[in-house]
Design a binder for this molecule. Sequence first.
Ligand SMILES: Cc1cc2nc3c(=O)[nH]c(=O)nc-3n(C[C@H](O)[C@H](O)[C@H](O)COP(=O)(O)OP(=O)(O)OC[C@H]3O[C@@H](n4cnc5c(N)ncnc54)[C@H](O)[C@@H]3O)c2cc1C
Length: 381
Amino acid sequence: MTTTPSIAIIGGGWSGCTAARLLLDRGYRVHLYERDQQLGGHSRSEVLGGVVFEPNGPHIFHTSNTAVGEFVQRYGMRRAFEHRVLTEIFLDDEEEPRYLSWPPQVEEMRELPLWGRIEKELANLPETPSTANFQAYSESVMGSTLYDLFVRDYTIKQWGREPAELSADFAPKRLDLRTDGNRRLFRDTWEFYPERGFQEIIERIAEPVPVTVGATLDHTDLDDLAREHAAVVVTAALDDFAGQPDALEWRGIRTVSRYVPLDDPAATLTPGYQVNRPSLRRPYTRTIETKHATGQRIGATVVSEEYPGAPYRHYPVPTVDSRYEKLNVSLQESIRENAPLPVFYCGRLANYVYINQDEAIAQAMACADEVHGFFSAKGAS
Ligand SMILES: Cc1cc2nc3c(=O)[nH]c(=O)nc-3n(C[C@H](O)[C@H](O)[C@H](O)COP(=O)(O)OP(=O)(O)OC[C@H]3O[C@@H](n4cnc5c(N)ncnc54)[C@H](O)[C@@H]3O)c2cc1C
């Protein structure tokens, strides 16, 4: 390299930490600015009274992307895991709920008093699922009875909208009907859950990166950044970053976590790590008991209830006309046009997209390549 450009990275979740580390390893100088007091972003784990738990909902790492799988294993992601999700179902005339697999397994449905109706609906499913909207997709994949039991009320609680108002685009990633008796949710090459959660893996990736925590940056900081840095990678939400906080719609969750002492170190309180609670009898959408995933042996547990409708930037809202995705692209362009230095974007917030952890890492890899390509073309390397 003739010069070593300095790159500012905004945001210290998976995408920011990975981009920072990859650029550092390629010989760039980097500096990472994180709003919170610690790294980890949305996937981070915390500890309450010695019990590892997840303040932002359940996070299971799964990928079939070889580059990503090898990358995380270099930083200690090794503990294999098999994620199974349960759904709490209340049937008319039954006092106690049933706990059934998610996605629904046809074998389990045969045990239900509603099986006759379900069987008829399954026999009449179309060959190709409807893509008209989320409800139409769901009903064409599992029939209306299973849709009513498993999907409808969960979706209304989760998104605050009728399922017919939501796009079908994200449905294939979330909905399925299983006939194979294999209750694992994911079918990827790798699936991990580290004993202490993801915090220490992300911190290990960022270990040699200079970091400033407690630093919330926005578009008004770009002039200052341009004095020290040759480019900036933004992983923050762009409505916030551009000073237009109402430009995009987001759906957020609030997690209420309860610490419960237990006599038996192996004991847990709920039937599984993640239990979906679609019923409108429950104000929350699911419970998470991370102890099931970590396998911790400790005389206590933490159970978290996840409440939808909180004012946080967690999920992009996938409307049928993709209006917010289009607005996000306009925000990306206008920030770039007005910035005194080159701006690159990666991650779930800056790209206004629901992505899993492995996809955030893959985006960061592509972003680091893009930054490197940019400076190579300029002859800086
Ligand atoms: C409820 C829920 C459950 C999920 N479950 C799973 C799962 O089971 N498996 C899975 O693989 N993925 C899951 N995900 C997705 C996973 O959380 C994301 O893929 C991952 O966190 C994306 O990382 P990121 O770096 O892009 O964003 P984030 O983790 O959000 O990181 C962004 C960082 O930027 C910081 N920041 C924001 N604005 C600024 C600013 N202006 N200045 C400075 N810093 C700023 C934030 O504090 C944060 O640290 C889930 C997501 C949600 C919402």
